[in-house]
Design a protein around this ligand. Structure first.
Ligand SMILES: C[S@@+](CC[C@H](N)C(=O)[O-])C[C@H]1O[C@@H](n2cnc3c(N)ncnc32)[C@H](O)[C@@H]1O
Length: 374
């Protein structure tokens, strides 16, 4: 099967590595996407275990398309609709890209929908209903270069929602992005990990979940369970294997979060408990200045406020200046990774980044900056 993963810009290479580890073949990373091949077992496994990609589309047909009529006819011939979509099942059509006479995704989606339901009416005398929120099957059409690619989405909503973070802070980072950024740090559980601006605890939860091999999607209902070729036995095998969480022998180093807002610190504690990680992560409700770091140098990761969504830029100059001083005075020899969406602010740290990577946090263009604290 040809499969496409959607991923945040900047995480493509790490996302590709993760998919290879999970059995993906012929993996090619491109901007915001990863193209690869895999069988059903791989498809089930990546939905259960991948932490960086937020959607997987399985290609089911590809045809030339020079306009709305081609699209209408092409869709009817594309797959065996008799097995794919009985009128008792609801569906939704998502569209990306554009083609001749198909420049508005809403119009294109209507064209696809009409083609499908006309076909159903002819075959069965009845049609499926459309369900935009909770469809039984979600089709995805991509148009480019006079070609239409019809795919099915393996899940109904973005895979960043792990189900363990019902409560979020003011400006949380998506789980998929946090997982990708943690992967880029190379943290392997041998040194302490501290997030002094931990918000709802996403970096720490993703880091330890990944270390222990906790599946990202164990409690989800996936749309591939409604596909005609869904293999229940194979799914159960993958599900059981995904539940085999690693047992870490010996003690893990300290994993600590600090958060100045009491309400948000409590949310983090709640989320950690819901993720079953309360024995690994400790949260302190205090400003970073009061946070006690473990003696041995470790890894600091953080996403301090940067003024685009919360906090006023001018007040933040001080915060960054003080955080820079804190690092130099209290974290000499530590490694710091900081997500920053405002280059003006990071200057106030008074340290020079040794590495920087461009990543997108929602619509905000950010840098993932690495500092070796002297
Ligand atoms: C951008 S958010 C971090 C989001 C976090 N990565 C998450 O996933 O939820 C920044 C956090 O820093 C906290 N904060 C602001 N000033 C602080 C300070 N001086 N010390 C500690 N935390 C602070 C804010 O309350 C906020 O929750």
């Amino acid at each position: 099967m040809k499969i496409v993963a959607s991923i945040a810009q900047g995480l493509e290479n790490e996302g590709a590595k993760e998919l290879i580890e999970l059995g993906a073949l012929a993996v090619k990373a491109s901007r915001r996407h990863i193209l690869f091949e895999g069988d059903m077992a791989v498809l089930y496994r990546i939905h259960l275990k991948a932490r960086l990609s937020f959607r997987f589309l399985r290609e089911i047909s590809r045809f030339h398309c020079y306009g709305p009529d081609d699209l209408y006819r092409g869709i009817q011939r594309a797959i065996d609709w008799k097995s794919w979509l009985h009128p008792s099942k609801s569906f939704r059509v998502d569209v990306t890209g554009f083609g001749e006479g198909l420049t508005h995704s809403h119009y294109t989606a209507l064209q696809v929908k009409n083609s499908i339901i006309d076909f159903q009416r002819e075959l069965w005398g009845s049609r499926s209903s459309i369900d935009l929120k909770n469809p039984d099957i979600c089709f995805h059409l991509h148009l480019s270069n006079h070609e239409a690619v019809l795919s099915v989405d393996g899940s109904n909503s973005s895979l960043h929602k792990r189900g363990n973070r019902p409560a979020v802070g003011i400006a949380p980072i998506k789980e998929t992005l946090a997982a990708g950024l943690m992967r880029m740090t190379g943290w392997d559980g041998t040194i302490s990990l501290v997030d002094p601006f931990c918000g709802s605890g996403t970096f720490l939860i993703e880091a330890i979940s990944s270390l222990l091999g906790i599946p990202s999607g164990i409690d989800r209902q996936f749309l591939f369970q409604n596909w005609p070729d869904f293999d229940k036995n194979l799914w159960n095998i993958e599900l059981q294997q995904a539940k085999n969480v690693k047992h870490i022998d010996g003690k893990l180093p300290k994993i600590i979060g600090g958060e100045s807002d009491k309400l948000i610190a409590n949310l983090a504690i709640d989320n950690i408990r819901k993720s079953g990680l309360e024995n690994y992560i400790e949260i302190f409700n205090c400003p970073f200045q009061e946070l006690k770091l473990p003696k041995e140098p470790g890894l600091l990761v953080c996403n301090p406020p940067y003024g685009k969504r919360i906090g006023d830029e001018k007040q933040l100059f001080n915060l960054y200046r003080e955080f820079g001083s804190f690092c130099k005075e209290k974290a000499s020899g530590w490694n710091l990774w900081l997500l920053n969406g405002n280059p003006e602010l990071s200057k106030y740290l008074g340290m020079k980044a040794s590495r920087r990577f461009q990543v997108n946090n929602g619509s905000i263009d950010c840098r993932w900056l690495n500092y070796k604290i002297k």
